[in-house]
Each structure stands twice: as structure tokens, then as C-alpha cells.
Design a protein around this ligand. Structure first.
Ligand code: GLN
Ligand code: ZN
Length: 757
């Protein structure tokens, strides 16, 4: 018995096959049957990979053509009215992506990951009915291959907790309507085989829940646990501890509990309870959120600790969460240094780690065959090498960061702003943009040609300069007041900096699903971080040389660089971020010395790095704020520091924003009128704010009148002296045909409003 368990597996495919076929289908270049064919091949291949690696508990229904939450809505028949006239794949993809007539359902982040799910829209009027087709089909597809899977479903409490009520009211009011559908589902599943394991994901249990919600756990799992004697339920949580829920679940008729011991080590406190309940424990000990090779020896120690309390008999050994959040495999990485590659492990490699771990833990080392012995040895050696590698440890960086004393800028914001306004001389309601301008196909191909050595550096730089020239000329013509260079040289706002910092690595094929067919390829931080040379000075000073207006320098902040990378696991995140901050402070100093007077330090991902539990939130806020301040600490009083944050609720982080002490902050607000801004007034915020006046996520061109209205709404909340006027976010995903008239309208709107004032 291997007794090992994979919570879930990536589905996009090792070569992003699912992405490709979906996008072809959406572009009407292939049929839905082609999508189904690719999907079936992928499912089969993924099951076989797991079986061949020696995994005992393999899932079905972890696959999805778009998203598992969306699948759950379809399973329950929770279809919002505006889609009611549609059916089949058209219904499914329209819910996810919208069409000319129906807006798509909202999408938001899955806990603290970069995966996005489709938010269910529920109402008291809904009539739910079971659609178990997908679940049954996937189960039989695997069975045909001779693989008996566990069936993954998203649990009712998590499903409801992540939903929104379109008729206002509490989502949990729908509990009594939804539970019967789950019961019916389990009944249907129970007819599929003699005995079936159903994995019910309840990640919401890792959050701090109201008593009302906690009180739903017992009735839910009492009912689901009693549907059929041949169904064994495993309730699985991840990303944090779920001790409050565990206390309740041990008294329900479930078979197993799956807990994350890496991101929720406090789960260790629940071991006694689990042991005395006699339930199985699925011990999540191999990281599903990171890319590092598991330290087998260390993990065995953790497992032995667990086994001191819970009988080995009752332990299954697994991934900490679904492997969806890691890239697929290292096998296509050809460019990476072999030394660094040795330290990494993606989803496929993790299967082998879990398999090896279970042999060692359950059967002892003597049971290993030759190949496994070698794998064990190579694991131990690689981890030892990584610990001592000079690639990772840079004494000079460590010393410098440790002794970095300058923790914030000089002067009070009020005095700084006064000085800056004298020097910069901008008007009230000053216009600007967030940084990027359209990334054109020509730009993308120039960049990729340059990377593949098809064009020379000179040729590439000419191309970028040409773009900057045109971008600057357009902004001047349009009448924008604070200009940007347009970020044509940046593929991505984190990757660009990662490529220039030491301590950063990149994969060629390390794609991770972000939503639907969209994947991201985060760079990874493996070692101490430093800045061998300036990163942005040449481009920004070139852009400044093309205009007499103020050119804003553009950097990505330390917290965002960290949050959008895979981060080394041998150092606290706060220390890594401090290293990045110190490197950025040098960049800021170089920029101001080169004559750049305004510098924007983007913290787009500041909010999304928030931990799930309040005790950890405090710690995060402390170092994240500290590091932003360290990054900008080199700025002189007269250098104006901006920051930008993407759409997020500001109510709970306003104190943190205040503390970050940026002279100007731009935020996404267009879709919520002046609502988001009110908190700034409420707390008596006195620095300057640039609330976005139009939504950049849609190709729609906002009219002058509409922007005037939006500005007037903003003026109801904050005085003109405090307001900057800009779009919601960067424009890189838009086309020039959209950007030009939109910005012209924005400038015109400001002219009209200024005249009225
Ligand atoms: N400066 C970046 C840009 O304009 C900011 C992007 C972001 O906030 N996501 O693209
Ligand atoms: Zn943004």
C-alpha cells in the first residue's frame, strides 16, 4: 500500500494544450469536439502520470474546461437568469467570458493564490437541480483506463462562502436549498461503484469564520456523511490551518480530513483530536504552492512527529493542496543552469517525491529499489548543495541589508508636497497615466526576436526608442501633463526587474493557470538579491530627453516583485523583500540623480499578498510597509514618490497606505464611482490621490461627459488640490485605437471641469 494522495492535478497541459485548443475554439477555428478530444487526452495522460508514479489516490473532476467553481455552479444548476436562454458549451463559456449581450460573471482570486475563480451569483428565487454529467463522465473515463479515482468536489460551505447574492442578503440563507442537491449528487455517485471516495474541498475553513458559519459544519457533514454507506468522504482544507473546523468535523461521519502542514503548521495542534476520532489524516506535506524540491529527510521528520500522535495506519501522505498552483514539469527546461534545476520540482516531479516519501515512511528504506535509492540520494545531495551554494549566499548583500539603517524618507509629507508643487508646478486635477501604453504585436515580436538573437541589440533598442518617441509625442499632443515612457521594453512588470536582479531565475515553460486559458510564468527567487547595474535609467532618461514636460520614472515595488514570484523557502519572505527594497532604493537614487523628478513605485500586488489569518496579517503589513518605505527612503524631499495599487478594497488597509507615506497614490476606482475614495476622506488623508476615472479592462471608449461626471463625483469626496486624474491602471492590454480617443476625452473632461471650478 502506497497510501499517498494527490489533492488535485494541473489541467492546462504540459505544453498548454488546453489553452491552445480553447483559444482556437473561441476564435472559431476549431470545433467543440476538438476541445473535448484534447481534454480527454489530457485527463488520460495526467491520470497515467500519477498512476505510473505510484500514486494511490488520484482525482477525477479536478479537471475543468475553465474553472471548478464554475463547474460547481453548473452542477447545482445555479445559472444566472441572463444566461438562461443558452445551453451546453455556449452557456458554460458565456458564463465565464460573456458575449455582446451578456456580461460575464465576475472573477476573483482563489484565496491567497493567483488562481481566479468565477464567482457564483445566487438569489433566493433560484431553483437548483442536479447536473452530475461531468462528474460521472470523468469517473468512467478513468475507470476505463483501469484507474479508480476519488471524486473531487467543492464543498457547499466554501461554495456559498465564495458566492455573491444578487438579491442582497446572506449567501448562507441558501444553505438549505443547496444541501439537498449535494445529497442527491452523493446518492448518484454511490451508484457508480462498490465503494467511492469523495474529496470535498472546504478551503474556506482556513479563514476566521463567524460562529454562524461554523455552526453549519456539523449539520452539513452529518447529512452528507449519511447519504450512503459506500461513500467515504474526505474533507480537505489548504493554505492555512483549519483547527476550528477540525474540532467539529471529527464529530461527523466523514472518513478523512486533509490538512496542510506546510502553510498551516498550527494544524499540528489538532492531531490529538484526530487521533482519538479514529479518522484518517491526509497529511499535506509536499508543497503544492512552490517549486522547490522537497527536502525528503526533513519531511520524514515532520511525518514521524505526526505519527507520534496519529497512528501510522491512519495516515495518508499527500500534497499540501492541489498541484494546480505549480508549473507542470521540468522536462522542457533546457536553458536553466543545471545546478539550479537540481533544486526545483514542478508538479510531475512532485509526484515522484510523494511516492518516494510514502515508501520511506510506510515501508522503510530497505524497501527501495535501485532507482528509488538513487532518487533518495540525489534528493539529499541536491538539498545539501542548495544550502551551501555560493549562488544563493551573497555575504555582501546580507551585510548591507542587515545594516541598512535608513527606514524612511526625510521630512513630513505635507512639507514635501509643498516643496514638490513649487518645483514641479503642476495644476490641480493634473493629468497622467499609470505607466504602460499598448504592447503592439511589432513590439512583442521585436522583443522575442531579440531574445532569440534574431535581431541585434542595436536594432532592438532602435525599435524601443521609436516607440518611446511616438508615445511621448502622442502624450504631448493629447495634452497630458505628467508623461510616462510607456514601458515598451517590459514584457511584464515583475519579470523585467527579475531579469536584471541577481538571485532571480526563469523557466521556459513554467506556466501556471491564472484563469480560464490564461497562464502566468512567474520568475523565481533562489538567492540573495542585488542590483548589479541600473535597471531603468537609460530608458527613462531617454524619454525625458524627448520632452520638456515631467517624465515619471516607473518601477515595480518590492512587495509586488515578491508576491508575483516564486520565493525561496529557506528565508522568511520579509527578508527577501527587504533585499529587493534595498536594491530598489539604489535605483531610485540613480533616477533622481539623473534628473527624474517623479518616480512611481507600483504595488499592484500589495493587497493580494495578505495572509489568510489576522495574526499573520499584522506581521505581513509590518514588513511590507517597512520595505516599501526602505525602497523609497533614498528619495530626496523634492523627488515626488507615487505608488499605484490595483482594484482592491481600501477600508481595511487605509492605515497601511497612510503609513507607506507615498506622496501620491493612484488606485482603480472607475467601476465603483467614488465609493472606494470615501475612506480616504473619512480618515482625513492629506496626501494626493489619483482615483482612476475610466475602466481600462474593457475596449470601450469613455465619453467626455462620462468622465466629467466621474471627476465631479470624485470632487464630492476630495478637494481638487488633492486629486490627480488618470485611468484606472496601465494601458498595455489595450489597442492604440482605444487608448488615443480615451485619453483625449480624459484630457478634454479635465479642461471642462477646470473651467467650471
Ligand atoms: N505601471 C504598470 C503599468 O502601467 C502598472 C500595472 C499594474 O498596476 N498592474 O502597466
Ligand atoms: Zn493597476
Amino acid at each position: 500500500m502506497s497510501k499517498n494522495y494527490i489533492v488535485g492535478f494541473p489541467r492546462i497541459g504540459e505544453q498548454r494544450e488546453l489553452k491552445r485548443v480553447l483559444e482556437e475554439f473561441w476564435a472559431k477555428k476549431c470545433l467543440f469536439d476538438d476541445v473535448l478530444k484534447v481534454a480527454l487526452e489530457l485527463k488520460k495522460r495526467h491520470w497515467e502520470y500519477q498512476r505510473d508514479a505510484g500514486i494511490e489516490y488520484i482525482s477525477s473532476n479536478d479537471f475543468s474546461l475553465y474553472d471548478n467553481m464554475l463547474d460547481t455552479s453548473v452542477m447545482l444548476g445555479a445559472i444566472p437568469k441572463r444566461f438562461a436562454h443558452l445551453s451546453g458549451e455556449e452557456l458554460y463559456f458565456t458564463m465565464a467570458r460573456g458575449n455582446e449581450k451578456c456580461v460575464a460573471m465576475e472573477m476573483t482570486k482563489w484565496f491567497n493564490t493567483n488562481y481566479h475563480y468565477i464567482v457564483p451569483e445566487l438569489s433566493l428565487e433560484d431553483n437548483y437541480s442536479l447536473n452530475a454529467t461531468k462528474i460521472i463522465e470523468e469517473y468512467s473515463e478513468a475507470k476505463k483506463l483501469g484507474i479508480k479515482t476519488k471524486i473531487n468536489i467543492i464543498g457547499p460551505i466554501t461554495y456559498l462562502g465564495l458566492s455573491k447574492r444578487v438579491d442582497r442578503g446572506n449567501v448562507y440563507e441558501l444553505w438549505s436549498k443547496i444541501i439537498p442537491i449535494y445529497e442527491e449528487l452523493l446518492k448518484t455517485i454511490s451508484t457508480l461503484d462498490d465503494e467511492i471516495i469523495v474529496q470535498i474541498d472546504e478551503p474556506i475553513f482556513v479563514k476566521e469564520l463567524d460562529t454562524k458559519v461554523l455552526n453549519l459544519i456539523k449539520p452539513t457533514y452529518d447529512r452528507l456523511g449519511r447519504v450512503s454507506p459506500n461513500i467515504k468522504i474526505a474533507v480537505v482544507t489548504y493554505f492555512e490551518h483549519s483547527n476550528e473546523a477540525t474540532k467539529i468535523l471529527v464529530h461527523t461521519p466523514i472518513w478523512a480530513l486533509g490538512l496542510d502542514f506546510l502553510h498551516g503548521d498550527e494544524n499540528l495542534k489538532s492531531l490529538e483530536l484526530i487521533a482519538s476520532s479514529g479518522k484518517k489524516l491526509i497529511a499535506g506535506v509536499v508543497d503544492g504552492r512552490n517549486i522547490w524540491r522537497c527536502d525528503i529527510v526533513k519531511t520524514l521528520t515532520l511525518l514521524e512527529d505526526i505519527a507520534k500522535v496519529v497512528e501510522k495506519e491512519n495516515i495518508l501522505l499527500g500534497s499540501s493542496c492541489s498541484l494546480l498552483h505549480t508549473p507542470f514539469t521540468l522536462k522542457y527546461e533546457e536553458k536553466m543552469s543545471s545546478e539550479i534545476k537540481e533544486w526545483l520540482s514542478f508538479a510531475l516531479e512532485k509526484l515522484n517525491e510523494i511516492s518516494l516519501l510514502s515508501k520511506l515512511f510506510f515501508d522503510a528504506e530497505s524497501s527501495l529499489d535501485e532507482r528509488e535509492k538513487e532518487a533518495f540520494q540525489s534528493n539529499t545531495e541536491a538539498n545539501k548543495k542548495r544550502k551551501n551554494s555560493p549562488l544563493i549566499h551573497d555575504k555582501a548583500v546580507q551585510e548591507r541589508v542587515k545594516n541598512h539603517k535608513k527606514l524612511q524618507r526625510e521630512g513630513e509629507a505635507k512639507d514635501r508636497l509643498k516643496l514638490q508643487r513649487e518645483i514641479l508646478g503642476y495644476k490641480d486635477l493634473v493629468t497622467t497615466t499609470i505607466g504602460s501604453f499598448p504592447q503592439t504585436p511589432e513590439l512583442r515580436s521585436a522583443r522575442s526576436d531579440f531574445k532569440n538573437a534574431l535581431i541585434s541589440k542595436e536594432r532592438y533598442e532602435e525599435e524601443i526608442k521609436k516607440y518611446i518617441d511616438e508615445c511621448v509625442a502622442f502624450q504631448e499632443e493629447c495634452g497630458l501633463e505628467v508623461l510616462v515612457h510607456g514601458e515598451p521594453e517590459r514584457n511584464d512588470m515583475v519579470e523585467y526587474f527579475g531579469e536584471q536582479l541577481s538571485g532571480y531565475g526563469f523557466s521556459q515553460n513554467g506556466w501556471v493557470q491564472s484563469y480560464g486559458s490564461r497562464c502566468v510564468k512567474p520568475p523565481f527567487i533562489y538567492g540573495d538579491i542585488s542590483r548589479p547595474r541600473p535597471m531603468t535609467i537609460d530608458w527613462i532618461t531617454y524619454a525625458q530627453s524627448r520632452t520638456n514636460r515631467i517624465m515619471k520614472g516607473m518601477l515595480t515595488g518590492p512587495v509586488t516583485i515578491l508576491n508575483w514570484s516564486f520565493v525561496r523557502d529557506d528565508m522568511p519572505r520579509g527578508e527577501v523583500s527587504k533585499q529587493i527594497a534595498v536594491a530598489l532604493s539604489d535605483e531610485i537614487d540613480d533616477l533622481q540623480n539623473a534628473g527624474i523628478k517623479i518616480i512611481q513605485v507600483d504595488e499592484a500586488a500589495f493587497k493580494e499578498g495578505y495572509p489568510l489569518r489576522s495574526a499573520k496579517i499584522k506581521v505581513y503589513e509590518a514588513w511590507a510597509t517597512r520595505d516599501f518605505k526602505i525602497a523609497v527612503s533614498s528619495a530626496k524631499k523634492e523627488t515626488q514618490i507615487h505608488t499605484h495599487m490595483c482594484y482592491s478594497e481600501f477600508n481595511d488597509i487605509i492605515d497601511t497606505i497612510e503609513d507607506m507615506d507615498a506622496d501620491v497614490i493612484s488606485i482603480e476606482t472607475a467601476r465603483s464611482g467614488n465609493e472606494l475614495l470615501k475612506i480616504f476622506k473619512k480618515v482625513g488623508y492629506t496626501k494626493e490621490v489619483g482615483p482612476g476615472v475610466y475602466d481600462i479592462h474593457s475596449p470601450r471608449i469613455p465619453s467626455v461627459e462620462e468622465i466629467v461626471k466621474q471627476i465631479e463625483l470624485l470632487l464630492e469626496v476630495l478637494p481638487k488640490e488633492q486629486l490627480w486624474i488618470n485611468p484606472d491602471c496601465g494601458l498595455k492590454t489595450r489597442k492604440w485605437e482605444e487608448v488615443k480617443p480615451s485619453l483625449q476625452n480624459m484630457v478634454e473632461a479635465v479642461r471642462i471641469v477646470r473651467e467650471k471650478l
